[in-house]
Ligand binder design. Structure first.
Ligand SMILES: Cc1ncc(COP(=O)(O)O)c(C=O)c1O
Length: 389
């Protein structure tokens, strides 16, 4: 029996060599490798400014804080996303206002946003879930009409484009993750992109305790008695040079990483075309998918609130069967309104966000990583084809 994990982190010889550089130099905190990684990230995404941080959760928190979101403000976030999207709003004493998602794309449903806007609404955080751009043009129109910030949660968004433009470039900021489930990984890590030069400076300072001058600038400067000024309330959200050295090395083959993920997704698409009880991920020419994950809806019948428990039981039985055959799968992600902290704080019921409820109970992510071999793929395909849902 083969064993196929849901994701596999593999570093090239070049990555392994790259990490030795900061270790040998002795400069391991934010320094030249972070600057190099940021430069390559800007080049790849087309963003004027890139600011590396400790992870995507801190990227979201920092973006909201630097844009002035404060206690009592409301921020609209999708109800089907990793919990960090909503948590970032809670950290500031704000209220994450959940918006349901479309089961076809797993992304925020723009037609449901406007009725959630109140005088306290400050921002919308669209998530490009699993690497598919949210319907960003519709979201931007709503944001413009109501004078709201758009902070993109592009944690999964490496290689994702809308109309040829890399996600993260549509809002005031775009926030990326380098967790090992993501296409580029630094262990933990994150990146903020923005076109606003003044905001970029504020973000750079706020990731470093609000200091006006970085450690590295002081270290290499000529005036040993100078301590920096601290114009902002900042945080320690820095990325280390050790992390950035591996991120930067992976960026040398960014296109290759993206193409390999897409090629595996193409194979899954062809397979799943013939499996009528699985609905493959939404794709079209306008939306270039980044395929952070390959997530299908398990739908042997049309899913409603009436049959959701039985479809969920069948999906779980399918996942158990794959697990027993050595193949790891996962639900796509979770529905935030069903998680204890949010359920209890805001009194949510499962049915309050039916699209998210269905997505969490009936979605399934299959193994996807650049080194997934033909043999592993054929093995997965056989097991799926031989299953009777
Ligand atoms: C949609 C989304 N937002 C935010 C995050 C948080 O990213 P990080 O783990 O880098 O803090 C994740 C991580 O999985 C995510 O999937």
């Amino acid at each position: 029996m083969l064993k196929v994990p849901i994701a596999k982190t593999e570093f090239s010889e070049d990555d392994l060599n790259a990490i030795m550089d900061p270790l040998r130099s002795g400069w391991v905190v934010q320094g030249p490798h972070v600057a190099d990684f940021e430069r390559k990230w800007s080049e790849y995404t087309g963003a004027p400014h890139s600011i590396a941080v400790s992870n995507c959760t801190t990227a979201l928190h920092l973006s909201l804080a630097a844009c002035g979101v404060k206690a009592g403000d409301e921020v609209i976030v999708p109800s089907f996303t990793w919990i960090a999207t909503a948590n970032a709003v809670e950290y500031l004493g704000g209220k994450p206002v959940l918006c349901d998602v479309e089961t076809e794309t797993f992304n925020i449903d723009p037609s449901k946003i406007e009725k959630l806007i109140t005088p306290r609404t400050k921002a919308i955080i669209p998530v490009h879930l699993f690497g598919l751009s949210a319907r960003i043009d519709e979201i931007l129109k709503i944001a413009e009409k109501h004078n709201l910030l758009v902070i993109e949660d592009a944690a999964c968004g490496f290689g994702s484009k809308y109309n040829g433009k890399h996600v993260g470039n549509f809002g005031t900021t775009g926030c990326f993750s380098f967790h090992p489930r993501k296409a580029i990984t630094t262990g933990e890590g994150g990146m903020i992109i923005t076109a606003d030069a003044e905001l970029a400076e504020r973000l750079r300072s706020m990731r470093d305790h609000g200091a006006a001058v970085s450690d590295h600038q002081r270290h290499t400067g000529s005036k040993p008695y100078l301590l920096p000024e601290f114009p902002y309330l900042g945080y320690n959200y820095r990325m280390t040079d050790i992390q950035a050295s591996i991120g930067s090395s992976q960026m040398n083959r960014a296109e290759d990483i993206h193409n390999k993920r897409t090629a595996i997704a193409d194979k899954y698409d062809r397979l799943i075309d013939s499996i009528e009880w699985l609905q493959k991920p939404f794709r079209n020419k306008q939306y270039e998918h980044g395929f952070q994950a390959y997530v299908c809806m398990f739908s042997p019948e049309e899913i409603s609130m009436k049959n959701i428990d039985s479809v969920n039981a069948s999906r779980n039985a399918f996942m158990d069967y794959l697990q027993q055959n050595g193949i790891s799968t996962r639900p796509g992600t979770h529905a935030v309104h069903m998680l204890k902290y949010y359920r209890e704080k805001y009194g949510f019921k499962n049915e309050d966000y039916p699209g998210s409820y269905i997505s969490s109970q009936c979605s399934i992510a299959f193994p996807l990583f650049p080194t997934l071999s033909d043999e592993e793929f054929s093995y997965i395909a056989d097991k799926i084809k031989n299953y009777k849902a």
